[in-house]
Design a binder for this molecule. Structure first.
Ligand code: ADP
Ligand code: MG
Ligand code: ZN
Length: 618
């Protein structure tokens, strides 16, 4: 932000310089005119004739529309120049004879456009360029202004404070993947020997503030490699073609410094899908930049030791071309940290903070669900500021508590930091899904249950991991699948006697499944084995559409059957939840404490409570 403001001021200053220069030059030019030639005095044409007659004229110059004549005075310096408009269609021959008689030196001038242009424009322009170059060089830090096409990438100075993986916490999986990238850079021979291709591009994907930029810096720090960092927004300039030139220059510089890392932060600014964008503004510039990026990425061999890292929190809007093999084919997910992760991050950020003995970072972590690394860093700093304000020398638990509130208030508008009641509802809801997953014989096994708010969409998630890839599903499996989907809502109804808006997405998916069972899979007794609807595949990756083959009467029947099916499924879910309500509440409580629960642990809880699973009687 700051940097951009400064550059804008710099541009402004140069515009003023230019204007001042022009004014100066014009003034100088007209002064020169007057000084060198003497300003001709306007006079009537008749005076010209009189002067000639009187023999006062020493020379005359005929222009296309005017005539200039010089009258000699008493001494040599007192010459006077006059100018008169010529009379159109006048016959000059008489005047010329007269001039000849009087011995006046006369000539005509052709307007010479080339020469006058040269003199009036090119010379000043040349001088202007010189002047500009001179003034630009004099201004500190303004030297890039002349080099629009040069990339504005900052090189991460190796001598400045190094970031390493020790400074990053709570994203262990991402770190593990990036350690490999470090090896690509430090020991490329090992990969070359075996014939393995080193990936060119690594895309870091995750919500804001989770440490993507930090991870990229740490990767460079660990590898001891130069780090070119540029933000996607820097590419998109107001001049068409500048972005593309920047990309070219960036890659050129990087190749000279290899092995190194190019880091494009917030790549979605240039990498937005070319077709999907509905922006009314021309995308020409962004497209050119993106194309140039693709060309450059394809144009080098990863064995030169340049690895391109990029970060985005909008992977969904990225152009598919960027994700193709040979480009950003590696994706590293950097997600919001769970309880343990938050504690680890707090530890990193309190390394240099004096903490009172009563501070328990585990408790702080437990109170900050949904916080990303950036917010935790901010929290620690707020607490330290509060301690100073209160005249303390160490940060106490009270400071941290107050800081949590402060950061939380800022967050509420920004992202989803759930309050206690909401978290409880989400925990029971997810347990509802998970119970169905464990209890039903044909459901996919439950892998993990989490109420760490992720991204923007899901408040919680129950991950089911199918044991194998499935291409065919039986009716029983479809029914169980729908029951799992409705299990969340059923749990809310049983525990709270009412449902929240949370399950809207579950409902939609269950309804879609039910509808397809009736209209596409022929799994309804009343309507029979008829394909009433057909999914039409869209062209390329456009959405497909549904072709209907029935009349109004059947449409009403379909709606009724879908409704009946869903109601019976929901009853199934309700029955199961009611049967195990107590165990479910107990498991939800555990989930609230731990935020994340493995499927195995849930099974252990069920086993301890003596619950039979899978059930056989439903
Ligand atoms: P992003 O690029 O994902 O939006 P940043 O890397 O800019 O997030 O994070 C901003 C700051 O938040 C970092 O400089 C660091 O102080 C802190 N931070 C974020 N994530 C972590 C993490 N996983 N471990 C330690 N600090 C973190
Ligand atoms: Mg960032
Ligand atoms: Zn749900």
């Amino acid at each position: 932000m700051d940097k951009h403001g400064k550059q804008k001021r710099e541009y402004k200053r140069q515009i003023w310089y230019t204007i001042a220069y022009f004014v100066f030059w014009l003034a100088l030019l007209s002064l020169l005119n007057v000084w060198l030639l003497g300003r001709p005095q306007p006079a009537p044409f008749s005076q010209f004739l009189e002067d000639v007659d009187a023999g006062k004229v020493t020379s005359a110059t005929f222009g296309e529309r005017n005539v200039l004549w010089v009258v000699a005075g008493e001494d040599e310096n007192a010459v006077q120049t006059f100018e008169a408009q010529r009379i159109p269609e006048m016959d000059d021959s008489e005047i010329l004879t007269l001039l000849q008689e009087k011995g006046v030196e006369f000539s005509g001038i052709q307007p010479n456009p080339l020469l006058s242009t040269l003199f009036n424009w090119l010379v000043p322009l040349g001088l202007l360029a010189l002047f500009w170059a001179w003034s630009v060089n004099r201004l500190p830090g303004a030297s890039q202004a002349l080099s629009f096409g040069r990339s504005r990438a900052k090189i991460w100075d190796e001598s400045s404070e190094q970031v390493t993986f020790d400074d990053v916490a709570g994203v262990d999986e991402a770190v593990a993947e990036l350690r490999e990238v470090v090896e690509f850079l430090t020991q490329p021979e090992r990969y070359a020997k075996i014939g393995a291709h080193i990936p060119k591009g690594v895309l870091l994907v995750g919500p804001p503030g989770t440490g993507k930029t930090l991870l990229a810096k740490a990767t460079a720090g660990e590898a001891g490699a130069p780090f070119f960092s540029i933000s996607g927004a820097d590419f998109v300039e107001m001049f068409v073609g500048v972005g593309a030139a920047r990309v070219r220059d960036l890659f050129k510089q990087a190749r000279e410094k290899a092995p190194c890392i190019i880091f494009i932060d917030e790549i979605d600014a240039i990498g937005r899908s070319r077709t999907g964008a509905r922006s009314p503004v021309s995308n020409e510039e962004r497209e050119q930049t993106l194309n140039q990026l693709l060309v450059e990425m394809d144009g080098f061999d990863s064995s030169v030791g340049v690895i391109i890292m990029a970060a985005t929190n909008r992977p969904d809007v990225l152009d598919k071309a960027l994700l193709r093999p040979g480009r950003f084919d590696r994706q590293v997910v950097v997600d919001k940290p769970d309880l343990q992760g938050r504690e680890a991050i707090l530890r990193v950020h309190t390394r240099n903070v004096k903490l009172a003995d009563d501070v328990d970072l585990h408790v702080v972590a437990a109170r900050t669900p949904g916080f990303a690394g950036a917010e935790l860093a901010n929290l620690v700093n707020e607490a330290a500021l509060l301690a100073v304000r209160n005249g303390r020398e160490v940060v106490t638990m009270q400071d941290l508590d107050e800081a949590i509130d402060r950061v939380m208030m800022g967050l509420e508008r920004k992202s989803r930091a759930l309050n206690r009641k909401e978290r409880e509802i989400v925990a029971h809801h997810e347990m509802g899904h998970a119970f169905m997953g464990v209890l039903l014989p044909h459901a996919d096994p439950v892998h993990k249950i989490s109420i760490v708010p992720r991204g923007t969409a899901a408040l919680g998630v129950t991950v089911q991991a199918p044991l194998e890839d499935r291409y065919l599903l039986t009716e029983a499996e479809l029914r169980d699948r729908m029951t799992v989907l409705l299990g969340g809502r059923a749990a809310e109804e049983v525990v709270y006697g009412q449902v929240s808006t949370g399950p809207a997405d579950d409902l939609q998916r269950a309804t879609e499944l039910a509808r397809r069972m009736v209209t596409q899979f022929g799994m309804n007794e009343k309507l029979g084995p008829v394909a009433l609807e057909e999914m039409q595949q869209g062209y390329l990756d456009n959405e497909g559409f549904v072709q209907r083959r029935y009349g109004e009467k059947t449409a009403a029947e379909i709606d009724a059957e879908v409704q009946r099916l869903l109601n019976s499924i929901y009853d199934r879910a309700l029955t199961l939840i009611r049967r195990h309500e107590d165990v479910l509440k107990q498991a939800a409580q555990r989930l609230l404490e731990e935020e994340v629960m493995e499927g195995d642990e849930l099974i252990r809880i069920l086993d301890e409570a003596g619950v039979e699973h899978p059930v056989t009687d439903i």
